[in-house]
Design a protein around this ligand. Structure first.
Ligand code: MRU
Length: 359
């Protein structure tokens, strides 16, 4: 896919407001990290790799604002704290913020980030920070390309796939994870493929965003309500389920959009592959298993309404966990840019197979 949800035009950072898709394609200018934190929190930009890149770009914008290095550095540190806490589940966000801070701190202390003109030159310091943000973005695009190739080789014969949430260009720097694999299959499989996309309540990332991307790419697809997913997997001829992830523990336990766990259970019952596709920036080596993954709880109002329309009695209690954790033992393979690791039983510190055979 060649479509990114961000645009850097000189010093201007533009973001495609995903809350308005598919009805309207509106690009908003993000002038500082506060605006980016707001955009991430309200899901104007979302998807694990995309929010990491968004935070990195926001820190670059912050670093380029007026002032000497110490003032700018203080603002970047404060912005980093705010961005980091916007969404807790996707590790890519904290990972990108930490990587940016390493460069900011090294430059402010006169380290490698400041090598061009010394620690006192705010423009050189800001340039080193922007270069790091652009590197994070570029590396994500490269990871998407590699994941598409590795993931596609797991499915030499299958044609009918189901996916959940949105894992395409909009969720990344412009490539894709699970949807990137499906696009690669669509482009290379003679006779083509068919995709079933879940709506992904409550915020409808599948209906609004994945359907929009599938149509852009001309991939034959059908939208189903989340409640039809198990039935479709067991009785609809689905041959593989592909999803992304927001955080993966060392044993392969994978957090992803709420509803993913049910898809994995249905795939196990149907005896079809359930494959997680995510860049290595989604691996959290600090976690032995998924029990330590913090699940984001969002506003219950997202459950009791669809958009502006209330669907439940006023004031009715609701819960809104945004993610669930699928045990690694239910995952057939985990694909990163390094290759594919096969379950059951993962140790994601170990090698990935760069020429994975069929699932
Ligand atoms: O709440 P969202 O829309 O940010 O959730 C996104 C997902 O769950 C994706 O599946 C995940 O981030 C992987 S995207 C490449």
């Amino acid at each position: 896919m060649s479509f990114a949800p961000f645009r850097l035009e000189g010093d201007r950072l533009l973001l495609l407001d995903q809350t308005l898709l598919p009805e309207r394609e509106v690009w908003i200018e993000v002038r500082d990290a506060t605006a980016m934190a707001d955009a991430i929190a309200r899901l104007a930009v979302r998807g694990a790799p995309a929010i990491g890149i968004a935070a990195a770009l926001a820190l670059a914008i912050e670093a380029a604002r007026e002032g000497e290095v110490p003032q700018r550095h203080a603002r970047v540190e404060e912005a980093a704290r705010a961005l980091r806490s916007c969404r807790p589940t996707a590790v890519n966000l904290a990972w990108a913020v930490d990587r940016m801070l390493r460069v900011a701190r090294a430059g402010a202390a006169g380290g490698p980030g400041a090598k061009a003109s010394g620690p006192g030159d705010p423009n050189a310091w800001a340039a080193s920070i922007r270069a790091e943000a652009e590197a994070i973005w570029r590396e994500d695009l490269e990871a998407s390309r590699a994941m598409a190739a590795h993931g596609a080789s797991l499915f030499p014969d299958q044609r009918r796939f189901l996916t959940h949430c949105n894992t395409g260009s909009l969720a990344t720097g412009g490539g894709g994870t699970a949807l990137g694999v499906l696009l690669a299959l669509h482009r290379t499989r003679s006779g083509g493929i068919e995709v079933w996309a879940t709506e992904t309540r409550p915020l409808l990332q599948g209906a609004r965003l994945t359907a929009w991307e599938l149509r852009r790419e001309g991939i034959p697809a059908t939208l189903i309500p989340d409640s039809a997913a198990a039935h479709t997997i067991l009785h609809g001829g689905i041959q593989g389920v592909l999803v992304g992830a927001d955080r993966i523990a060392r044993n392969g336990d994978a957090a992803n959009k709420i509803g993913t766990l049910g898809l994995a259970l249905a795939a196990r019952e149907a005896g079809i592959p359930f494959v997680v596709v995510a860049p290595s920036t989604t691996l959290d080596a600090s976690l032995a298993d998924g029990s330590g993954i913090v699940i984001e709880e969002r506003d219950p109002g997202e459950v009791t309404s669809i958009g502006a329309v209330r669907t439940a009695p006023e004031g009715f209690p609701a819960r809104n966990p945004a993610f669930d954790v699928t045990p690694g033992r239910l995952i057939t393979a985990i694909v990163t840019e390094r290759g594919a690791a096969r379950g059951p039983g993962y140790d994601l510190g170990s090698a990935f197979d760069t020429e994975p055979g069929p699932c």
